[in-house]
Design a protein around this ligand. Sequence first.
Ligand code: SAH
Ligand code: SF4
Ligand code: F3S
Length: 436
Amino acid sequence: MKEKYIIKTYGCQMNEHDSEILRYSLEELGYQETDNYEDAKIIIFNTCAIRENAENKVYGNLGWLKGNEKYDDKIICVCGCMMQSNEIRKYILDKYINVKIVFGTNNLDNFKDILKRHLITGERIIEISDKNKYTNTTFNAIRPYEFKSFVNITYGCNNFCTYCIVPYTRGRESSRDLEDIVNEVEALVNDGVKEITLLGQNVNSYGKTLEPKRSFTELLIELNKIRNLKRIRFMTPHPRDIKNDFLELYGKLDKLMPQLHLPLQSGSDKILKDMNRHYSTEKYLDIVRKAREINPDISISTDIIVGYPTETEEDFKKTLDMVHEVRYDSAFTFIFSPRPHTPAAKLEMLDEDVVKNRFNRLTELMNEIQYENQLKTIGKSYEVLVESFDKEVGTAEGRNPQGRLVVFDGNPLQVGRIVEVEIEKINTFTSFGRLV
Ligand code: SAH
Ligand code: SF4
Ligand code: F3S
């Protein structure tokens, strides 16, 4: 019987994609995935450092494993963004003696060697390299879905938003060669992939560091030409770097899905400045207006941070005003979390109750607007790429071009296919419809 592994992933899509790459390495070595800690020989925690609660989940899991002798002979590995911090790494290595392997976000390529070395010597292995060195590497990955895939286009980030740890964990921004990306997507499509999601911390600055210079617009145009590729999505654009030629693609490229996830962070120009975001609310609204002019059906979603240390009630109200104005289709809202070494962590935190109250008001408004937007989709038909079928209830679910979750009475043969569904009912987060 094959030995088993389990990977727990705590972070963003880039983190998820890194886990898919690790899966490939493990299966090449003959291991099989399980979702049960007890069955696993190898336990991997792929960590995230973006907010304190992401870190606490990792400590929680390491803690209960340590206290339980059933797990004494497991090979516990910790990787991901938390491991890029010297202090956190040291803390974990000191406190959790059960951790056998530690490696960083730039050590995925030699994970197989690291593991083999541990198996031979039984020694604790620590491998961390600072530099982003994967711009010329095309990784194999085990995807959870056959028909959709993540594709990295840039690594790292140069923006240094004052609250954010990513530039410290993922290093400086670098772009992959355009030809390598196109080749990777072509290979994926030959393998049955219909939808790709391009990944980068700031996809609109793609290609700036390449020789000759390339642009995100150029990349999208090239990818749109790939026969049998059906859908292109991406995460995350930065409002500062969005130009008109990019927005115009929403009217030109048939495969570019009408979806724009545009992090706002705050609706106050003062706070945006404090955060080092380099755009104004006016510029932001201008992008939204143009995008909707080009495609009125585009869905717009966002990320917002509540309780940045310099945020006043007035500033917060401006965030609510922006939400009213943009009428987002969905949003990720976060409470500010001070991250070590970032400039914002040196500022005095706001009162917790004040922040919670703001957070709740924002969530309430967001849900209301989201619901109203969803109501307007009733009676409309959308192409849905079917992701799964639940045989117990007989329903299938998938995503429409705007990225909304659509549930309908379907069959297992539809998984991986694009079908047309008319929306009949909705709630805040899901649409329900029937095949047409
Ligand atoms: N590169 C992307 C997003 C990276 S992190 C971008 O710039 O949009 C995803 C989101 O986490 C951010 O958009 C931000 O809203 C949130 N975030 C980042 N650091 C945070 C912190 N210290 N506290 C709370 N939320 C944070
Ligand atoms: Fe963090 Fe800002 Fe870079 Fe996004 S753009 S990863 S928020 S520093
Ligand atoms: Fe977290 Fe690292 Fe992503 S800090 S959000 S896993 S880049």
